[in-house]
Design a binder for this molecule. Structure first.
Ligand code: SF4
Length: 337
């Protein structure tokens, strides 16, 4: 579909976004950081995080030299913390094995932590001006409507079909930067998930779903997966104006983030209190928190003590406005206030 690429490029030049922070002083590093942050996160949320990261880690070398906890602290509130952990490992590999330069090969890029095929395509296109197809959530939605692609977009067979369509749409000599940016912009501002604005769409005349008046049927809804419920018991130990925080284990929910002592059951929490001479714990709050595959019920207990128990180890006493030692899970930010 030769016309498609030209329509998207022309539209992007007039109506697309040109002032996003990562579009200025473009480099593979800045593109990479923005692409990782933008996974499952909106542009408006990402912008202040991106700017803080660029101030603190202006180069991949600066990021590689930092501690993971420095990245996690800056990432606090952005969610999906594994992205920051992968980003740190990836920066170290690029620094140590590639002399601080991003590889320009699609397969090599894809072999790095946290970089999938679409992110690799975006880094090569925007960072090196070498066009490669992308297939992020926005592009999947556009293609599914453009071709009335049936099936759950999360299924690998459907994804394979979408990749084939994405690659067949344009010739290699296209203005790849404007084209890929145009697809992202079209998905974000016109061909939106809800209420697409087909009246303003540059590809309306070749969009099968629009022509057949069935835009609302694409993409097909994924069958909802019932999330597993899980209880989590947190204990906030207060001494004067500080409370106790400790680092979570390497594996599981909120790996390596800082949190109040947490337990799977009230019995487990009570046993820990006995060990540490803590009495009169009180349930002060119950909150629900949704994770990718789980629905957490968090029970916050608190106990006030007059002096810091010497038996509690492996963490630190945090006072409000102290610098956090690393990342903290989003619900904890609220509980710390
Ligand atoms: Fe999306 Fe509507 Fe454009 Fe089709 S015509 S690509 S559904 S905005």
């Amino acid at each position: 579909m030769e016309a498609f690429g030209a329509l998207i490029v022309d539209w992007q030049k007039c109506h697309g976004r040109h002032h996003l922070p990562w579009q200025q002083k473009r480099s593979p590093y800045r593109v990479w950081v923005s692409e990782i942050m933008l996974q499952q996160t909106q542009v408006s949320t990402v912008i202040p995080y991106f700017e803080r990261f660029m101030n603190r880690f202006p180069t991949v070398q600066a990021m590689a030299a930092a501690n993971e906890s420095d990245l996690l602290e800056l990432w606090t509130g952005l969610g999906y913390y594994r992205r920051a952990q992968f980003m740190h490992r990836c920066a170290q590999i690029i620094h140590q094995q590639y002399g601080g330069e991003f590889p320009q090969d699609l397969e090599v890029l894809q072999s790095l932590p946290g970089i999938g095929r679409s992110t690799a395509g975006a880094i090569l296109t925007f960072g090196f001006n070498h066009y490669h197809s992308i297939l992020d959530g926005n592009v999947k939605r556009i293609l599914s409507r453009l071709y009335c692609v049936k099936g759950d977009l999360k299924k690998s067979a459907v994804e394979k079909q979408l990749w084939a369509l994405s690659e067949s749409l344009v010739s290699i000599d296209i203005d790849g930067v404007a084209y890929n940016q145009g697809l992202m912009d079209l998905g974000a501002t016109v061909c939106t998930r809800k209420h697409p604005s087909c009246g303003n769409c540059p590809v309306q005349s070749i969009c099968a779903a629009y022509q057949q008046s069935c835009v609302d049927q694409f993409p097909e809804k994924s069958p909802s997966v019932k999330k597993k419920s899980q209880d989590m018991f947190l204990l906030k130990v207060n001494v004067s104006h500080s409370c106790w925080l400790q680092e979570r284990p390497d594996k599981g929910i909120w790996a390596r983030l800082w949190c109040f002592p947490s337990f799977e059951s009230l019995d487990e929490m009570n046993a820990w209190c006995v060990l540490n001479d803590l009495e009169n714990i009180i349930l002060t709050k119950t909150i629900k928190h949704v994770l990718t595959h789980r629905l957490l019920s968090i029970y916050l207990y608190e106990v006030d003590v007059t002096s810091k128990p010497k038996t509690i180890k492996g963490g630190f006493w945090y006072a409000k406005r102290d610098q956090l030692p690393g990342g903290v899970p989003r619900p904890l930010l609220t509980l710390l206030e």
